[in-house]
Design a protein. Structure first.
Length: 174
């Protein structure tokens, strides 16, 4: 277990260990996204390569919104997606979100994980769940889902896919 988990509750420590593993693999995928292909997309309904990469990078940052507040109301915010110009800017954005998420997990009590969190847009409520469920589904599983898409974008552009949970066709042997 990471030494940064010393003040975290048991749930924070567990999420921190998982985040460290998922962040390592996600970063390996993001490192391979070429800036000259940020505008590429496999289908008209698909996100661009760059937007998908940013989405994978930004979702770890949702740890703050999940654990430090009880409501996320889209009606009260103005969101502008980050648009990196280089892969280095993308990775710096990702690294910043990872550092902040680790610090938050390291200080979050188990009790906090069992308080409710609501996502809404004004009067329309999309969901209310315990924060532990939001971290599992809306943050971690969501990242894994989009990282899977990102690995397909890599493959479709003949960019080697890193080993994620085991060897890929390009790397590693069991």
């Amino acid at each position: 277990m990471s030494s940064t988990a010393t003040s975290a509750g048991r749930l924070g420590s567990a999420f921190l260990a998982e985040l460290e593993n998922e962040a390592k693999v996600t970063r390996q995928c993001l490192e391979r996204v070429p800036a000259e292909k940020f505008d590429w997309k496999p289908h008209e309904k698909s996100m661009t390569f760059g937007r998908l990469a940013v989405h994978c990078a930004e979702m770890f940052g949702w740890t703050k919104e999940t654990l430090k507040q009880d409501v996320l109301d889209f009606a009260t915010m103005d969101f502008t997606p980050f648009e990196p110009k280089t892969n280095e800017e993308l990775l710096a954005f990702f690294d910043d979100h990872i550092a902040k998420a680790k610090a938050i997990l390291a200080e979050t009590s188990d009790e906090t994980f069992f308080t409710d969190w609501t996502m809404r847009n004004g009067e329309q409520v999309y969901m209310t769940m315990p924060k532990v469920a939001v971290m599992r589904s809306f943050v971690m599983n969501h990242i894994i889902h989009h990282r899977g898409q990102l690995s397909v974008y890599l493959r479709l552009n003949d960019i080697p896919v890193p080993s994620i949970y085991g060897p890929s066709a390009d790397e590693g042997q069991m």
